[in-house]
Design a protein around this ligand. Structure first.
Ligand code: NAD
Length: 295
């Protein structure tokens, strides 16, 4: 395995400059992480308001580091300087890798990927942070699918160690090796997985949520389940709180993708707690009401 890893590492391109498309929850987090680990990054969005949100988020995270004594105002300024906000593609023409993190809509992503391929060098790598869309499907919008793969971060990006690097059927080994190297440089732990619904993490997570839904259908109490999983079993949080963090809208959508991808294992019969919460507009921490109340 060591020999294989060495061979793969040799294929990796040196990522000196990066870009992220989308300055939302994930794009802002990716920009912060890349910049703080020394890879300058252009953060592109379609509105100044979105860029300001992404930059403010990065600034907040950096201030917290300074307050805790883990960084200095000087270092903070340097990291912020490593993030270049952009409303057009001009500043990304020389980057080595682009991470697409725009809204989870296949049509918008297809348009953005096709646009960006025309703006970067022929050997630049393009990756998508999609959670649920097939990498092979997105690859169809590119002229050169060999340079494309998934690069799936988890929320919040600065805290979650794992990055799934998703290999599509046409993804080159050089692309995989380069994205693995970039994720490692960002201080993350990359794992390489093949393209399939849910990639790796959601294939493990959604059967767990199905178990949780089943307990609730039998009259279980969500707070009691959380307490057992967190306090007694020792996980960082229980399923209800985790769904509140992820967002019930995101969870609802991902659950539908898993049910369609694996009908025999994750197919649904009737409404479950995730459906009920989503339909009631209880989206979790993002709108201050999910399983728990946040205001
Ligand atoms: P978000 O809604 O917070 O941000 C999306 C951003 O994309 C917005 O700022 C929007 O203005 C921008 N955008 C839309 N069209 C654009 C375009 N043409 N060019 C540039 N920017 C554009 O969304 P998010 O939660 O950050 O999710 C982004 C991606 O990351 C999605 O594919 C999502 O599935 C994935 N993801 C999300 C999470 C999560 O927990 N939020 C976790 C892992 C992966």
């Amino acid at each position: 395995v060591k020999g294989k890893a060495k061979k793969a590492a040799k294929l990796a391109k040196d990522i000196k400059q990066a870009a992220v498309l989308g300055a939302g929850i994930m794009g802002g987090g990716i920009a912060y992480q890349s910049a703080s680990k020394g890879t300058p990054i252009v953060m592109k969005d379609i509105t100044q308001a979105a860029l300001d949100l992404g930059l403010n988020e990065a600034a907040k995270l950096l201030s917290a580091q300074v307050e805790r004594g883990r960084s200095t105002p000087d270092k903070m300024a340097k990291v912020l300087n490593n993030i270049t906000p952009a409303l057009d593609y001009a500043p990304i023409k020389d980057v080595n890798v682009v991470v697409e993190a725009v809204v989870e809509n296949p049509k918008v992503k297809a348009m953005v990927l096709a646009e960006v391929e025309n703006m970067v060098a022929d050997d630049a790598i393009i990756a998508s942070n999609t959670s649920t869309i097939s990498i092979d499907l997105l690859a169809k919008s590119l002229k050169n699918p060999a340079r494309f793969c998934g690069m799936h971060f988890f929320n919040p990006v600065h805290k979650m160690p794992l990055v799934e690097v998703i290999r599509g059927k046409d993804t080159s080994e050089e692309t995989v090796a380069s994205v693995v190297a970039y994720a490692s440089k960002m201080g993350k732990t990359p794992i390489v997985v093949n393209d399939c619904p849910g990639f790796f993490v959601n294939r493990v997570l959604f059967p767990y949520f199905a178990g949780f839904n089943g307990l609730l259908a039998e009259g279980g109490d969500f707070a009691a389940i959380d307490k057992v999983m967190e306090k007694q079993f020792g996980w960082p949080m229980g399923p209800a709180y985790l769904l509140d963090v992820v967002g019930l809208d995101t969870g609802h959508h991902a659950q539908a993708v898993m049910a369609e991808g694996f009908p025999d294992r994750m197919g649904k019969s009737g409404k479950d707690a995730i459906d009920v919460m989503y339909e009631a507009g209880r989206l979790g921490q993002k709108n201050s009401k999910g399983f728990y109340q946040y205001s």
